[in-house]
Design a protein around this ligand. Structure first.
Ligand SMILES: [Mg+2]
Length: 328
């Protein structure tokens, strides 16, 4: 059954809805499966987000990305389309929380379990030193200093095996030297004669599964006595949000949605450790990009039948990304 027809949605009022979504593949479109770092935020997504967020209780973006890079993405659209309302950005795996309609001075940090604030900042400084050092040694990689963690993104000529081996040995040595406090997540893949990859570095214990219930609890009372929660993501890090929220929300008041092509990861998330099925729906690439399907869904959720018909028609007729709001 299509998620549009889910019986769970019948009678749900917009102001009862809290959406909790990963940034990658829910707000941003990855057209190149070989370049997972390239995830531009399209105007249609920005406008879809604006429309949805203005109607519901709260839209929360929980992302491993840094706050600054997401704000830059959003800022690119602000002048043209206005500021997106009613959105909370929980960056750095949800540990740095900022309500975008509040001043930056009011943002706060959710501590990492078993890690003092002092240790957290020391880990962050170590990570930034590693990121800067790798950038000095390998000037063509992209250094991503985040507020509480960091990452590097690289691409090497596949023929240059000596350089690839040298880089991998360098990262292995750094990981071995810092593994007591810093968690490394690495991925690499070949693409057009290049080896592409990234190294994510976070203080140990930094996790969306830990932060999401804390952020959710901040808004649940604002959604009334019976909140309805939609959680969207595309990776095992995102499914931790669902696992953490499942015990807090009755099954009939939640929709857990997977966006994208990470079917292996999806399979992992079909059940949690107690055998409970977690995912309600998987957006796959059946002729339409999964992110587009997700946005179609998000912009029609919580609206009455007349408005849904109008929005469906608008989606069908949509020629360009500017028409979602421009037409009405
Ligand atoms: Mg993701």
């Amino acid at each position: 059954m299509s998620v549009f027809e889910s019986p769970k949605l019948v009678g749900v009022l917009p102001k009862q809805i809290i959406v909790i979504a990963d940034y990658d593949l829910t707000l941003a479109m990855k057209n190149d499966p070989n370049d997972t770092d390239k995830a531009p935020l399209l105007p249609s997504h920005y406008l879809g987000l604006s429309e949805l967020a203005s109607r519901i209780c709260r839209f929360v973006t929980v992302t491993a990305r840094g706050q600054e890079s997401v704000l830059n993405y959003l800022g690119e659209h602000e002048d043209m389309y206005g500021r997106v309302p009613n959105v909370t950005l929980a960056s750095n795996s949800g540990h740095l929380v900022h309500e975008l309609d509040r001043p930056r001075t009011e943002q706060y940090i959710i501590d990492v379990p078993h890690c003092s604030r002092h240790t957290l900042y020391r880990c962050r400084d170590t990570i930034h030193t590693i990121v800067d050092g790798l950038k000095t040694e390998y000037p063509d990689l992209t250094a991503d200093r985040r507020e509480l963690c960091g990452a590097v993104v690289y691409q090497f000529d596949t023929a240059d095996q000596a350089r690839i081996k040298g880089f991998q040995n360098r990262v292995d040595a750094i990981e071995a030297a810092t593994k007591a406090e810093i968690h490394f997540a690495q991925k690499e893949w070949p693409c057009d004669g290049r080896l592409m990859g990234y190294v994510d570095m976070t203080p140990k214990g930094m996790c969306k599964g830990y932060t999401t219930p804390i952020v959710f609890n901040r808004y649940k009372d604002k959604a009334g006595p019976d909140p309805f929660v939609i959680v969207m993501g595309d990776s095992s890090a995102d499914y931790k949000m669902m696992e953490a929220l499942a015990p807090l929300i009755p099954a009939h008041r939640r929709l857990f949605l997977s966006v994208g092509k990470g079917l292996v990861a999806c399979d992992d998330a079909h059940e949690n450790h107690t055998g409970q099925r977690l995912l309600d729906h998987v957006f796959t690439g059946n002729g339409k990009h999964p992110v587009e399907q997700a946005h179609d869904f998000l912009t029609t959720v919580g609206v009455d039948d007349d408005r849904r018909t109008m929005l469906d028609a608008r989606h069908r007729d949509r020629k360009g990304p500017h028409e979602i709001l421009a037409n009405g």
